[in-house]
Ligand binder design. Structure first.
Ligand code: AMP
Length: 190
C-alpha cells in the first residue's frame, strides 16, 4: 500500500500514521521527522532547514525532493509506505507523481484527515506542552496554518479533481479515527 496522508498541522497525521503502519505493514515516512532528524544530527541540511522550520515556513522543494528520493530508495519501502507531510504544495505533488512513476510505485490512495481549525489550534497547544517542538509556539502555528491554506490546500483539490481523494473525519477518539481510516483504505488495500 502506497498511501499519502494529507491534513493540516495538528490533524493527527503523524499519530495515525504510526498506528496505520502496524496495520499496513509498511514504513511511516514523515518529512517533518526526517528534517528534525537532520537538525538533531547537526548536518548542513539541518542547519539550513532549522530557521525555516522554526518560523513555520516551507523548506525548499529541492531539499525535500532529494531527501524523499533517498528515503524511497531504501529497501523497507519495497512493499509501500505511508507518506506524511509531503506533498505540501503543487510543485511537490507534481514531483511526487513523477518520482513514483519513475520508481514504479504509483500511489494507491490519498487520504485527507479533516479537522476544524479551532480544534487544530487546541491540539497543537497540547502537543507544545507534551513535546516542546520549537515550531509549536503561537506565532509559528499561525504561520503554518496559513501556509497550509495557501500552499497545501490546493494539493487536496488537485487530488480531488483527479478523483483520487478520500476524506476521513479526524475528530474523535484516536481508535475511532484509526478505524475510520482502515475502513476508508479497505478498497485500496484489496
Ligand atoms: P511537520 O512535522 O510535517 O509538521 O513538518 C514540520 C516542518 O518541517 C514544517 O513546518 C516545514 O517547515 C518542514 N516540512 C515538513 N515537510 C515539508 C515539505 N513537504 N515541504 C517543505 N517543508 C516541509
Amino acid at each position: 500500500m502506497r498511501l499519502v496522508l494529507l491534513g493540516p498541522p495538528g490533524s493527527g497525521k503523524g499519530t495515525q500514521a504510526t498506528r496505520l503502519k502496524d496495520f499496513l505493514k509498511v514504513p511511516h515516512i514523515s518529512t517533518g521527522d526526517l528534517l528534525r532528524g537532520e537538525v538533531a544530527a547537526g548536518t548542513e541540511l539541518g542547519k539550513q532547514a532549522k530557521a525555516v522550520m522554526d518560523a513555520g515556513n516551507l523548506v525548499s522543494d529541492e531539499i525535500l525532493l532529494g531527501m524523499l528520493e533517498s528515503r524511497l530508495a531504501q529497501a523497507d519501502v519495497a512493499n509501500g509506505f505511508i507518506l506524511d507531510g509531503y506533498p505540501r504544495n503543487l510543485a511537490q505533488a507534481d514531483a511526487l507523481g513523477q518520482l513514483l512513476q519513475r520508481i514504479g510505485q504509483p500511489m494507491d490512495a490519498a487520504v485527507q484527515l479533516e479537522v476544524p481549525t479551532e480544534l487544530l489550534v487546541e491540539r497543537i497547544a497540547g502537543r507544545a506542552k507534551a513535546e516542546g517542538r520549537a515550531d509549536d509556539n503561537p506565532e509559528s502555528v499561525r504561520k503554518r496554518l496559513q501556509v497550509y491554506e495557501d500552499s497545501t490546500a490546493p494539493v487536496i483539490n488537485f487530488y480531488k479533481q483527479q478523483g483520487r481523494l478520500t476524506v476521513v473525519d479526524g475528530v474523535g477518539e484516536l481508535d475511532e479515527v484509526t478505524d475510520r481510516l482502515i475502513k476508508a483504505l479497505a478498497p485500496a488495500k484489496a
